[in-house]
Structures are given as structure tokens and as C-alpha cells.
Design a protein around this ligand. Structure first.
Ligand SMILES: [Zn+2]
Length: 238
């Protein structure tokens, strides 16, 4: 399994027989082996998660499919691709040719994805995160934390090969809330439990936020599963 970080929340996951592209909005997409079916996911319509350029990937390949959150306008999908496109609400399961995607509700727009294929499982959060902001009221922030914990609950005790989880420097001292909670959803002292690798994302190209998390969590269970991303285009073989 090979994972390429493209930009922001955009990743390419390459399995032996299948390709998955998540939340592409800009950056360079690596060469896509034409024989492998390509599943293009977009968690919601915000411009840092969805770029209609993704539909151009279908130009020369019939084996491409689009799995979009329900909030992405159907009119944005080129007509000839509509039968290869699914618009998923939260809490639904979509299946095609051995690929299974479950959706979780997001605390922002759209959905998060739990995907299973070829015996692998991975999670892409989209904007499902504990978005605590200093500018919001305590009431709002408390509601946010409560919703986040409820919406992410389907991941409890789920073993994953990879997880893509927001770590956003704009939240300042609250940047780690979502990731810290994610790491309590399984017993991370047991190397067989939880996510094997966790890719921080939504970092706005400020990868020092990952170093900050590592230095502020010296003994946190699961710490060694955090992947240090340094630059757009970086690849990781798991
Ligand atoms: Zn976003």
C-alpha cells in the first residue's frame, strides 16, 4: 500500500489493484496506472476539498468512479459521468466491485469516509474535527466537542491501515483536540489496535504543526503511528 500526500487534505492511496484519491483541490497528482480502477472521493464542497478538475481524470479512463458528499452540486458533475458518480449522505454505505465506503457525519460540511477494499481499511476525516475556536462562545464550543465525539463514534475499536485526520494550525492552542480524541478510540498501547498509520492533514502547508504535536505529546499512546509529512508530493509505503 502506497500513500502519496498531494496537498492539504488530498491523498492518493494505491493498493495492489485499486486507486483512491481523496479531497483533491490542488497539487500534482502522481501517474495513475491505467489498469487500476480509480475511485475519487470528495468529502464536501468547500474549495479546499473539492475541485471540479477531478472530473478530468475520467477523460481517458472508463474505470474511474466518483464518490461525493451529498452537498456537492449534481450540476457540477459532467453529464457523461453522472452514472459513475454517487452522492452520499452521512450514515450510508456504498459498494462497488469489492470497494465499500461508509460515511460519517461531519462537524463542518459533508461527510467523512471509512473505506474498505482488498482487505485494507482507511479513514479520511474530511472536515470532521473538533473545531474549537477562541472566537466562538463556550456554549458553541461545548456543542462542537459533543457533536464531534458523537459523529466519530462509529470508528471506535475499528482497526485501520491508515487514517487521515485534521491537524489545523489556525486553531492555535486547540489544534490537537481532534487528533488527541481520535487516539482514544482504540487501545493505542496495543500495536494491533486502532490505526496503523495516521497522516495529519488540513495543515495549510505548515508541517511544523506535526512536530509541535510530537513534542507536546512525548508519551501519548499511538504517538509512533503519526506520520511526519514534510512536503507536497511525498510518498509513503506501508
Ligand atoms: Zn477544509
Amino acid at each position: 500500500m502506497k500513500i502519496t500526500y498531494i496537498a492539504h487534505s488530498g491523498f492518493l492511496v494505491e493498493l495492489a489493484h485499486t486507486l483512491f484519491l481523496f479531497d483533491y483541490y490542488q497539487g500534482e497528482i502522481p501517474a495513475l496506472p491505467p489498469e487500476k480502477p480509480l475511485y475519487v472521493f470528495a468529502s464536501h464542497r468547500h474549495p479546499d476539498h473539492f475541485n471540479p478538475e477531478i472530473f478530468g481524470l475520467a477523460r481517458d479512463r472508463e474505470n474511474s468512479f466518483f464518490v461525493l458528499s451529498h452537498d456537492i452540486w449534481r450540476s457540477r458533475v459532467p453529464e457523461e459521468l453522472r452514472e459513475r458518480t454517487a452522492h452520499l449522505k452521512a450514515g450510508t454505505r456504498w459498494q462497488r466491485d469489492g470497494v465499500e465506503a461508509d460515511t460519517l457525519r461531519s462537524t463542518d460540511e459533508g461527510v467523512a469516509f471509512l473505506v474498505r477494499a482488498e482487505g485494507k481499511a482507511f479513514y479520511h476525516a474530511g472536515d470532521l474535527n473538533d473545531w474549537r475556536w477562541d472566537g466562538e462562545s463556550e456554549n458553541w464550543n461545548r456543542g462542537m466537542a459533543e457533536k464531534f465525539r458523537r459523529y466519530i463514534e462509529p470508528l471506535r475499536e475499528v482497526d485501520l491501515d491508515a487514517a487521515f485526520v485534521p491537524l489545523d494550525p489556525r486553531q492555535e492552542e486547540h489544534y490537537a483536540l481532534g487528533l488527541d480524541y481520535f487516539l482514544t478510540l482504540a487501545d493505542y498501547r496495543d500495536p494491533k489496535r486502532g490505526a496503523k498509520k495516521i497522516f495529519p492533514m488540513h495543515c495549510w502547508d505548515e508541517y511544523g504543526i506535526i512536530d509541535r504535536w510530537l513534542s507536546e505529546h512525548p508519551d501519548f499512546p499511538g504517538r509512533e503511528r503519526i506520520v511526519k509529512i514534510n512536503v507536497r508530493g511525498e510518498s509513503f509505503t506501508l
